[in-house]
Design a protein around this ligand. Structure first.
Ligand code: 5GP
Ligand code: ZN
Length: 115
């Protein structure tokens, strides 16, 4: 756990979250400020601050996050209509929490723009 990281605190149970999935490598919970009818975050238990810090050692973990996201999205009823996975890195992407997280966004027609 990295001190002062809000998502490490959620992993440790020190801050409550509306959790929808957990396994030995990742947890997933509803975003506190949803940008879509379904807005879930998938995060690794391991602290990795952003994609600049991810290393080849993290390859399986990052793949696991993607596959968990697809299962969680299906469980949330999003498989047929679809959903968007977003992982922001750094200031231009407006990353605000420096513990990597995959956003699952769905439940409405999303903007046609990536920006
Ligand atoms: P970012 O902008 O870094 O890609 O996304 C961070 C996300 O974390 C935002 O969508 C924000 O609403 C969410 N968030 C920040 N703090 C908390 C929290 O304490 N609990 C939950 N559930 N979500 C949070
Ligand atoms: Zn962290």
């Amino acid at each position: 756990m990295t001190q002062d990281c809000i998502f490490c605190k959620i992993v440790a149970g020190g801050i409550p979250s509306n959790q929808v999935y957990a396994d030995e490598l990742v947890i997933a919970f509803h975003d506190i400020s949803p940008q879509a009818p379904t807005h879930i975050l998938v995060i690794p238990r391991k602290h990795i601050s952003d994609m600049n810090e991810a290393s080849p050692q993290d390859q399986a973990l990052l793949g696991h996050m993607m596959l968990c996201a697809s299962k969680i999205a299906a469980d949330a009823g999003l498989a047929e209509r679809g959903y968007r996975l977003v992982l922001n890195t750094g200031p231009d992407a407006r990353q605000s929490v420096f513990h990597i997280h995959l956003h699952i966004l769905g439940g409405r027609r999303l903007s046609g723009q990536m920006t």
